[in-house]
Design a protein around this ligand. Structure first.
Ligand code: FE2
Length: 276
């Protein structure tokens, strides 16, 4: 599969932090001592390392991590195990024609579980069929339209498969899940953790095999080097991501709804929102 592009550029990260902290460009200029024009050009994606380093502390972002993101010199080395498949399907929206969304399938023995639907379920449905798997469940991380776009197609193909949805974002004909809910898939255990903020009730699904954390499907709670926009509940999103996801063992794979997979350790060190 082609490399999935890192979801956000440095100016997107700055914009998300500004929205979360309700700071305007004028506020940012005043607090950082930059000229308004310097802030405007940063927000337009014109890199000035000095300007970027001046705004980072005002926004609670790691200046080093933000500079590294802007330099685009690093790509996550994380690799999925051979019992997980990622499907990256196009979901163009006005102003962002190249947008894609991730969905996943994992399996253990004959049982499989899907996470989110993607924009087009056909590659996921072919994987289930080709491997001769039984689709035990579909888990939704949250119900933003790009993550449930192909729900109808999965339901049509597997009408008996239950669809599990976060209780804080109920949609019709689903089984509602609370934080702490547990499911199994063959030898795998799945635990739901509340990682709201980007959306009101989002759940992340943490997988372990015999008690060892191996992987978490995080929806739009956190991305490789960024996070989903959480303008209305920014502090909650930051805190829950730290407590529920970045507290997992460093080698735990994080599988987000957009952008490439990454690890807890790489995000602890490199994500501008969370790096020290
Ligand atoms: Fe979302």
């Amino acid at each position: 599969m082609e490399k999935i592009r890192i979801e956000d550029d440095f100016e997107d990260v700055i914009g998300k932090a500004m929205a979360g902290l309700t700071l305007s460009a004028a506020d940012l200029a005043e607090k950082s001592g930059l000229e308004p024009a310097e802030v405007d050009s940063l927000l337009a994606g014109q890199l000035s390392v000095a300007a970027l380093r001046a705004v980072a502390p005002i926004l609670g972002l790691s200046a080093d991590a933000l500079e590294n993101l802007a330099e685009q010199a690093w790509y996550p080395p994380a690799v999925l195990p051979d019992w997980v498949a990622l499907f990256n399907t196009p979901f163009p929206v006005p102003g962002y024609a190249e947008m894609t969304v991730n969905s996943y399938l994992f399996w253990s023995g004959p049982e499989a579980i899907a996470v989110d639907t993607g924009a087009d379920a056909s590659p996921l449905l072919s994987e289930v069929a080709q491997r001769g798997l039984r689709l035990k469940a579909l888990l939704l991380t949250h119900t933003h339209r790009d993550h449930v776009a192909a729900l109808g197609a999965i339901r049509a193909a597997y009408p008996e498969t239950p669809v599990y949805c976060p209780e804080g974002e109920a949609i019709p004909d689903t089984v509602l899940l609370k934080e702490g809910a547990r499911l199994t898939c063959g030898a795998l255990e799945i635990e739901a953790r509340l990682t709201a903020g980007h959306s009101p009730g989002a759940l992340s699904y943490c997988l372990s095999e015999r008690g060892a954390d191996t992987l978490a499907f995080v929806g739009d709670a956190i991305f490789c080097l960024s996070m989903g926009k959480a303008a209305d509940a920014y502090e909650q999103a930051l805190r829950q991501n730290r407590e529920k996801l970045l507290s997992l063992p460093e080698t735990t794979l994080l599988c987000p709804g957009h952008g490439p997979i990454t690890t807890v350790g790489d995000e602890q060190r490199r994500n501008p929102f969370y790096a020290a």
